[in-house]
Design a protein around this ligand. Sequence first.
Ligand code: ATP
Length: 237
Amino acid sequence: MSGELSVENLSVHYGGVCAVRSIGFTVAAGQSVGVIGANGAGKTSSLRALMGLVPRSSGSIRFDGKDLSRARARDMVRHGIGYVPEGRHVFGGLTVEKNLLLGAYTEPWKGRTRKTLGEVYETFPVLGEMRGRLAGALSGGQQQMLAIGRALMSRPRLLLLDEPSMGLSPKLVDDILRVLLGLREQGLSLLLVEQNAKLTFEVAADCLVMENGEVAMTGRSDELRKDVRVRRIYLGL
Ligand code: ATP
């Protein structure tokens, strides 16, 4: 059992406004699950609440047999959950390597950090080539790789990704797709939140569709991509 997540009854309120209403789902070990939905559907709030970055008004979170319902972000990382935030949030004034090393802040053992750094450079050769450059000088696609690489530095068993394709050209979205498929191949569990349904269906075998803070539909991606409503609203077909 590794990288298995189960979420029940997760809700988020901002003041009196309900942004996420009692959602639930599971990510089996080594599996990929997608969450699609329009702007404002509650995807980011769900991920941030899961990570402990905004208060959960209710919810049970179990990860690899542990109850993390009350865990905060640092504990989530320590327990093996990595997080790639929406908008990347790399530190533009620091080098690529310094950004990556910041991702290893929960790692006590320097030797292992060096080894993980080497693995991240193997996964993203471009980051190795640019390790001494300031992150702010990288292109959008490279910054997205850096944000993913930084999350990998804590050696997660589950990676949460918030709109990794945002603002990227179709060619760069293809690069991100290849990266995500590679991570899946390595056995990492993935929870991918996206407005880009096409990308999500390629990466995740199962998907949730969020609307107005609720799970409106769930199913296998190959079934959902045939659904008339999904095709019209989320695939623009
Ligand atoms: P996006 O694709 O824009 O990231 P989303 O599906 O991730 O959208 P959320 O960002 O989670 O949706 O927003 C869900 C709802 O909560 C929206 O109505 C949004 O306006 C509201 N909301 C989000 N953050 C806050 C906040 N900090 N304070 C108050 N309301 C918020």
